[in-house]
Design a protein around this ligand. Structure first.
Ligand code: CP3
Length: 330
């Protein structure tokens, strides 16, 4: 078990270590990024660390002009609008462009490996990163993104292909630097119909997973609001499919089919409820998860207002209840 967005925001030690300033600047400091990666492991006793970085790091690193505004998210000074904008997405050279990420991976795994705790590397999936580049910032309806997807399918597929190559290069470099699993965040794929997802997004996403196959690390594929896409997502090539809280895990298992593990799916807002509610819902998730082939997590990221002690109690409860943990207890 681990928590998406376990690093940051809700932890006082995060705010103390990170200070003000752009999160991208914090990510460019490997010692700080490694420390922020380790904080939640120390605090919560989770079974995995997630690298402290962001999904826009590769596009920012090749100079597309991306910042992350606190309380808002990624913003792009000159959004992707025309064919000429493809030239602003040159291929990522992971060591030259994002050496600081790889150094953070090395520093974090130096601490984690002796504890037997895996580090999860990650990247943004082509659709979700494209949505920021095309919209110029966070969006609710993805109107411009879908307009490009439908209006110029050839340019759209070149954009997604370029972003798939960047995600793949980044993920491969993180694994070679020491990460022992990877998660591809397609957070906003749930905005799409199954037909549009299958035609216009799945090929690029599948390319990322196929390009990782030879590394032999577990691959996790996550999105929000993807209940109607779960069967398609399961075909993209990952071993693990992430599920948000809208679909119970027993139903998700039917949709995903055999041969995959599931990850999820406690509603993050539940962590703000009284403990008896948290406990009941955590037990329900565990029961529906079925004991094996289930990575316990929230259905999306930890909310900033979450009490860290509640997360620590959830970890304890999951570990007490989990047969997998009992047999591998350190
Ligand atoms: O524990 C972790 O997960 C930390 C590493 C991490 C961050 N971003 C750090 C971060 C990860 C895995 C991400 C992924 C990410 N970034 C996603 C996919 C995950 C998801 O939640 O769906 C997305 C969509 C982004 C883009 C992004 N970056 C957003 C929407 C925001 C939120 C803006 C805000 O302030 O609420 C960010 C900023 C960000 N990335 C923060 C953190 C800890 C919070 C702001 C900060 O500390 O400056």
């Amino acid at each position: 078990m681990w928590f998406m967005r376990q690093a940051g925001r809700s932890l006082p030690e995060y705010r103390a270590a990170r200070g003000d300033g752009s999160i991208l600047d914090a990510i460019r400091r490997p010692e700080l990024a490694a420390e922020l990666t380790l904080q939640p492991v120390r605090r919560y006793g989770v079974d995995a660390a997630i690298l402290f970085s962001d999904i826009v790091v590769p596009v920012a690193a090749v100079g597309f002009g991306v910042e992350v505004e606190q309380g808002r998210g990624p913003v792009v000074e000159r959004p992707f609008r025309h064919r000429a904008d493809l030239a602003r997405l040159r291929p990522l050279g992971p060591e030259a462009d994002t050496g600081y990420v790889l150094e953070a991976v090395r520093l974090a795994t130096r601490e984690l490996d002796p504890l037997g705790i895996p580090l999860i590397g990650f990247a943004g999936a082509p659709f979700t990163v494209a949505s920021y580049l095309v919209e110029g910032g966070p969006s609710r309806v993805y109107a411009r993104t879908k307009a490009l997807m439908h209006g110029d399918p050839a340019l759209w597929s070149q954009l997604l292909d370029a972003l798939a190559d960047m995600a793949l290069a980044s993920l491969r470099s993180q694994v070679l630097a020491g990460a022992s699993a990877v998660q591809l965040f397609d957070s906003w794929a749930g905005a799409l119909s199954p037909a549009d997802y299958e035609r216009s997004v799945l090929p690029a996403t599948s390319k990322v997973f196929a390009g990782l196959a030879d590394l032999g690390v577990p691959r996790i594929h996550f999105g929000v609001g993807t209940g109607e896409l779960l069967a398609l997502m399961a075909g993209a090539g990952a071993e693990v499919v992430g599920v948000d809280w809208r679909v119970p895990l027993d139903e998700a298992r039917r949709r995903v089919g055999p041969g995959h593990a599931l990850q999820g799916n406690l509603d993050p807002t539940t962590c703000l409820a009284p403990w008896d509610v948290v406990e009941a819902q955590t037990r329900d998730v565990l029961e529906r998860g079925g004991g094996t082939g289930h990575v316990f997590n929230l259905g999306h990221g930890v909310l900033p207002e979450t009490d860290p002690d509640v997360l620590a109690r959830i970890v304890e409860l999951v570990h007490e209840t989990s047969p997998a943990h009992a047999s591998t207890r350190r």
